[in-house]
Design a protein around this ligand. Structure first.
Ligand code: FMN
Length: 370
């Protein structure tokens, strides 16, 4: 464990915590935290150094916009985009996938994540994203454990077994995207027995990537067990000049403070916990700055946030598809709140805006009456 001490931040607390999570930092009452510096990704300065993770099927423009409106996020990312699919659509003059919804026009900085195993295809798509879409960062997915990506396409975390190919992909992409930075997102390895992230860190840096993000599980772990932050911390010693971004199980402002204070990371990335709590970034940003942590919004405010999310989804996908898509987002907002199960059961069947609003009115978790 790396311990840095300059500024002491007491354990951030919030007024209410309907998720029931503990806001206590594991094992400690206060954290010794060096003033957290902005994160440098090539020429970009990411401040606060708190990143929103890419999540397929979830981190589309609507979600990113809701997060952006709460603030506290330094860099946002799209869902992963398949490079081969992108090229195919180009060749067939077809419209680009929904996964690039919003990318052209929304606020920067913004990272687009791509995946494939062919260096030339990746470089071609990277160049397009930089020239045509003017993205701030091109991120490469070397962490996806899903069979469709690993076994069928020999991509994502499968490539952790092929460091030379990873090197070629990164090097080609860096040359194609320059001066726009290219970053890599990995897991600790394919299996616990072959957790080769330290070796991979050298490959990633040597090939010219501008940052490395590590999810502290192996592909074999999938989402089981806890992310291993001691292993993430070890990787820091294998990087010379590029920053390390730690990812895994950060679900409170206190855990973000704990990660910065104890594991030597230059940035952190949050995924699942912020799906139903897009304000988590603002809470974490306040905590690392030593400011009071904003309280959880009331359940009424959370409902308003969810309805804003719904409007954005419907604007893009139309009423029918938008309503169907919103079912899963709505479940995220209700997760961990009282009555979530009933809400989930009912919202899973909604087909129209009226049905959606009725279910929300009837069963979305409510604040306790005063
Ligand atoms: C539904 C879902 C979709 C995901 N999609 C992606 C993806 O497209 N690209 C990626 O690099 N990681 C993806 N991940 C992994 C997350 O980015 C993150 O590494 C992981 O969830 C651990 O972080 P957390 O504990 O904060 O959730 C996905 C995770 C989930 C739950």
């Amino acid at each position: 464990m790396v311990n840095r001490s300059v500024l002491t931040i007491s354990n951030p607390t919030v007024n209410s915590n309907p998720t029931g999570d503990s806001w206590e930092t594991p094992g400690e009452k206060s954290e010794n935290l060096t003033a957290v510096k902005p994160l440098k990704i090539g020429p970009l300065e990411i401040d606060p150094p708190i990143l929103q993770a890419p999540m397929a099927g979830f981190t589309n423009f609507a979600y990113r916009q809701v997060v952006r409106e709460f603030g506290g996020v330094g860099l946002q990312a799209t869902e992963m985009v398949n490079a081969r699919g992108f090229v195919w659509l180009d060749e067939h003059e077809a419209e680009h996938p929904d996964r690039l919804w919003g990318v052209r026009d929304e606020d920067r900085p913004l990272a687009v994540q791509i995946w494939d195993n062919d260096p030339e295809t990746m470089a071609k798509v990277g160049r397009r994203l930089v020239e045509e879409y003017q993205v701030s960062v091109v991120d490469i997915n070397f962490g996806c454990p899903v069979k469709q990506v690993t076994q069928r396409a020999h991509s994502g975390s499968y490539l952790l077994k092929e460091p030379e190919r990873m090197h070629a992909i990164i090097k080609g992409l860096v040359a194609a995207c320059s001066p726009t930075p290219v970053t890599a997102k990995i897991r600790l390895g394919c299996t616990r027995k072959n957790a080769n992230a330290c070796e991979i860190a050298h490959v990633v840096e040597d090939a010219g990537a501008a940052a490395l993000t590590v999810h502290g599980r192996t592909a074999e772990d999938y989402f089981k067990g806890n992310a291993d932050w001691d292993k993430i911390a070890e990787i820091k010693h294998h990087l010379n000049n590029i920053p390390l971004i730690g990812n895994g199980d950060l679900d409170s402002a206190a855990k973000v403070v704990h990660a910065f204070a104890n594991y030597g990371v230059d940035g952190v990335m949050i995924a699942r916990a912020a799906l139903g709590r897009p304000w988590l970034f603002a809470q974490a940003a306040a905590a690392i700055r030593g400011l009071p942590v904003p309280p959880e919004p009331t359940l009424a405010e959370q409902k308003t946030c969810m309805l804003r999310h719904y409007d954005l989804v419907v604007e893009r996908f139309g009423v029918q598809k938008g309503t169907q898509l919103m079912r899963k987002f709505a479940c995220c907002y209700a997760q961990g709140r009282p009555g979530a199960r009933m809400f989930r059961t009912k919202v899973a069947k909604v087909e129209s805006p009226q049905e959606f609003y009725d279910v929300v009115e009837e069963t979305f978790p409510k604040d306790d009456p005063e």
